[in-house]
Design a protein around this ligand. Structure first.
Ligand SMILES: [Zn+2]
Length: 340
C-alpha cells in the first residue's frame, strides 16, 4: 500500500514577495525534504496536482466567493484581509489543489490508497463564503481542500469523519459541514487563539446536532491532553459512527516551540494520531490534507505522523491528562452518541 502524495511547484507562485509572511513556500520545501529523508519516502508515490477544477471548488464554496478570489488574484499581490494575501497565481494554485482534493477522494474510494495533499495556499479556515464562524480573516487560507474532499465523499453517498488536529480551530471545515448529519467533524485545537471559534457548545446545525465535536485545549497542553482526546473522543466516535471515509486536516503547529501557538505536543502525539488512523489505511478511503505548522512540527511531527500511519514506527507510551474541557465533552458524547 502506497501513500499518494500531491506536491506541485505551483505552490511557489503563492508567496509574499517581501518574504515576511509565516505562510511562505519554505514550509512545504522543509516538509518535503523531511519526508525524503524518512523511511516513509519508499512508501510514497509523488504526484503533481491535476488541472484546476471549478467543479471541485463549488463542492465546498459559493460561486460568489470563488469568483471573488479569482478577481482578487487578477489584481496581483495584495492582502484581502489583514493576514491573508493573494498573488496573480493564487487562484490557479488553489484551484489546482482543490482539483487534487476531489481526485484524491475519488481515487482513494476506488483503490483504498491513502492520499496526502501538500497544498498552498492553506485550507481549513476558508468556509463556504470565505470568512467563517465569525473569524475576521481567512487565516492564510483561500479554498478548503478538506471540505472539498469531505463533500466529494458525501456526494458519493458515504458518511465521513473529518479530523482536524491543526492547532487552530478548523472553522472553515466546520462551517462547510455544519448542517451535514452524515459528516462528523472532530477538532483538536488551542483555545483563545485565532480564529476564536471551536467551543464545545458548537455542535452542529439543526438536524446535525452532536456531529461537530470540538476539543479546545488550554495553552501549554501537550501529549497527555492529546492522548486523552484520542482515547476518549476520537476512538469512541470512530467506533460508534463507523465512518465510510476519512478526511484528515493534518497541521503540525501543535508541536512544542511553534511560533504561532502555545501547545507543547511532541512526536508522541503525532505517532499516536498516525497509529490511531493506521487500521483505516487500505480499508477505508482516506484523504489527508496538510494544514499549518511553522516550526519543527513540519519535520519531526510530520514524519512521526506519516511513519506511524504507514506502519513504519512504533507508538511510544503516553500518560493521559484530562483537558479543562473534558466534562463538557463527555456530556456531549453521552447525550448524542451514548458514549461513556
Ligand atoms: Zn494552524
Amino acid at each position: 500500500m502506497k501513500l499518494r502524495v500531491v506536491y506541485d511547484e505551483i505552490h511557489k507562485l503563492h508567496a509574499d514577495p517581501r518574504g515576511r509572511h509565516p505562510a511562505d513556500p519554505w514550509r512545504l520545501e522543509r516538509a518535503l525534504s523531511a519526508m525524503k529523508s524518512s523511511p516513509v519516502w519508499s512508501s510514497t508515490v509523488l504526484l503533481r496536482a491535476p488541472p484546476a477544477s471549478r467543479e471541485a471548488l463549488l463542492l465546498a464554496h459559493d460561486e460568489e466567493y470563488v469568483s471573488f478570489v479569482e478577481e482578487e488574484s487578477k489584481g496581483g499581490f495584495h492582502y484581502v484581509d489583514w493576514d491573508t494575501y493573494v498573488t496573480e497565481h493564487s487562484f490557479a494554485a488553489g484551484a489546482a489543489f482543490a482539483a487534487a482534493a476531489l481526485r484524491a477522494a475519488l481515487s482513494s474510494l476506488e483503490s483504498r490508497e491513502p492520499w496526502f495533499i501538500m497544498p498552498r495556499p492553506g485550507g481549513h479556515h476558508a468556509g463556504r463564503k470565505g470568512w467563517a464562524m465569525g473569524a475576521s480573516t481567512l487565516g492564510f487560507c483561500l479554498f478548503n481542500y478538506a471540505g472539498i474532499a469531505a463533500k466529494a465523499f458525501l456526494r458519493e453517498g458515504l458518511k465521513v469523519l473529518a479530523l482536524d488536529f491543526d492547532a487552530h480551530h478548523g472553522n472553515g471545515t466546520q462551517d462547510i459541514l455544519w448542517e451535514e448529519p452524515r459528516a462528523v467533524h472532530v477538532d483538536f485545537h488551542e483555545e483563545g487563539i485565532y480564529p476564536g471559534s471551536g467551543d464545545v457548545s458548537e455542535k452542529g446545525g439543526s438536524g446535525a446536532e452532536g456531529t461537530k465535536v470540538n476539543v479546545p485545549l488550554l495553552p501549554y497542553s501537550g501529549d497527555g491532553e492529546y492522548y486523552w482526546a484520542v482515547e476518549n473522543v476520537l476512538k469512541p466516535l470512530l467506533e460508534v459512527f463507523k465512518p465510510e471515509a476519512l478526511v484528515i486536516s493534518a497541521g503540525f503547529d501543535a508541536f512544542a516551540g511553534d511560533p504561532l501557538t502555545h501547545l507543547m505536543a511532541s512526536e508522541r502525539t503525532f505517532e499516536l494520531l498516525g497509529h490511531t488512523l493506521r487500521p483505516y489505511v487500505g480499508s477505508k478511503p482516506m484523504v489527508i490534507v496538510m494544514e499549518g505548522g511553522y516550526g519543527e512540527g513540519l519535520t519531526r511531527g510530520l514524519t512521526a505522523f506519516l511513519e506511524s500511519l504507514m506502519g513504519l514506527r512504533e507508538a511510544s507510551e503516553v500518560k493521559h491528562k484530562e483537558p479543562h474541557s473534558a466534562r463538557r465533552i463527555r456530556e456531549l458524547l453521552a447525550r448524542h452518541w451514548g458514549v461513556g
